[in-house]
Design a protein around this ligand. Structure first.
Ligand SMILES: [Zn+2]
Length: 376
């Protein structure tokens, strides 16, 4: 009997390491710190401090975004490098511009560079700057290189993770930092980030200048909703300003699409979008959502790690869900499942209040309510 138990236990251990089903999508993170040939770490970089600060900072942000993403380390922070002059220690003093060289070397010798195929690979060097960079953008196997003075600046990493998941700078894809006295696009005129719900922004603008450009008045004169839109721009993760915590719904859509397709290797589940104006033949990407909860669930894998993300609206269906899957609404508004449709014909509800809560004689509707409201 003991032998049998042993065999069963061994068989269990031999099973592939499937991620446990849960209600979040975990994004793997693998941090490497480059030592020099003498074994020294980058000046002032304390691995334990970096390790303890990054995950909590990232997860505090993604919890607030309400898309069900969480970060986790793919393993402990790894120190690489050492005596071999042709090994990782050759990059000890490398600046951000060496990103492509570090990436090529890591892909050529994954063991020496502690490459992790299912995590975002980050390399911290001893360059005395305060820069983090991602390379290449929207191509296979990107890496993030962090110079030593950014090693404890969580938002410098997080901005690069935004690039990892397909996001441009919110003040324009080809734009960088504000340069004093420089004028024109990127500096005093807005660039384009390809995202519809971010306000056009320029690298040298402040909140008042953004408000003036879009609304013709100062920030303090705006209503609360438009002030929020300006703050979304000023504090955008993908801007170059000092306080960066925000991503808009459409930026999060792009993030979810890249994490579900090109870079699905670093996430343990995928996001499938459902919208009331979606299509039966939608792919579930944010740009091609499916039309019903039932069709969204059908796209989700049976391992329980995927999220079906419901855009705001009323889904007139009573789905039977027979696989483990997480349904989520977004910050943009509630998603209501199961309300009956208004009866057809002249007695149905008007377009301004299209949901019928109570059907009377001859299919007349006794109580119509607006979209997005609950029947009493
Ligand atoms: Zn950037």
């Amino acid at each position: 009997m003991r032998n049998l138990l042993y065999i069963v236990a061994l068989l269990l251990l031999l099973q592939p390491a499937a991620a446990p089903a849960d209600d979040v999508i975990k994004i793997g993170l693998s941090i490497k710190i480059i030592r020099n040939a003498n074994g020294n770490l980058p000046t002032g970089v304390v691995p334990a401090r970096v390790e303890s600060l990054l995950l909590s900072a990232f997860n505090e942000l993604v919890v607030g975004y309400r898309r069900g993403h969480r970060f986790e380390y793919a393993g402990p922070i790894t120190e690489i490098g050492g005596p071999d002059p042709n090994g990782p220690s050759q990059w000890y003093d490398a600046e951000w511009s060496s990103c492509p060289g570090i990436r090529s070397a890591a892909l050529a010798d994954p063991n020496a560079y502690a490459w992790h195929s299912s995590a975002i690979n980050v390399y911290i060097t001893n360059a005395p700057g305060q820069v983090a960079v991602l390379c290449p953008f929207k191509q296979s196997n990107p890496i993030i290189v962090v110079e030593r003075n950014s090693a404890e600046r969580a938002m410098d990493y997080f901005h690069e993770i935004g690039h990892y998941f397909g996001l441009c700078h919110s003040h324009g894809c080809g734009c960088g930092a504000c340069v004093p006295n420089q004028t024109g696009v990127c500096f005093t005129e807005p660039g384009d980030d390809g995202i519809d719900d971010t306000l056009a922004d320029a690298g040298c603008w402040n909140a008042d200048q953004i408000a003036q450009h879009h609304f013709g008045t100062s920030f303090s004169n705006l209503d609360a909703a438009n002030q929020e839109r300006v703050v979304d721009a000023v504090q955008n993760v993908m801007s170059y300003r000092s306080l960066r915590t925000r991503l808009t719904e459409e930026q999060l859509d792009v993030w979810a699409d890249y994490a579900s397709t090109m870079y699905s290797n670093v996430a343990d589940g995928r996001t499938y979008f459902v919208a009331t104006n979606g299509s039966i033949s939608g792919t579930g990407r944010s740009t091609h959502p499916v039309d019903t909860v039932t069709n969204g669930v059908a796209l989700a894998s049976r391992d329980g790690n995927d999220i079906v993300l419901l855009r705001p609206g009323v889904y007139h269906e009573t789905p039977t869900i027979q696989r483990p899957v997480t349904l989520r609404a977004t910050r943009a508004g509630p998603a209501i499942i199961g309300l009956p449709r208004s009866p057809p014909g002249p007695s149905s509800c008007p377009a301004s209040s299209p949901i019928c809560c109570e059907i009377g004689p001859a299919d007349t509707c006794l109580l119509c309510i607006p979209m997005g409201k609950h029947c009493p």
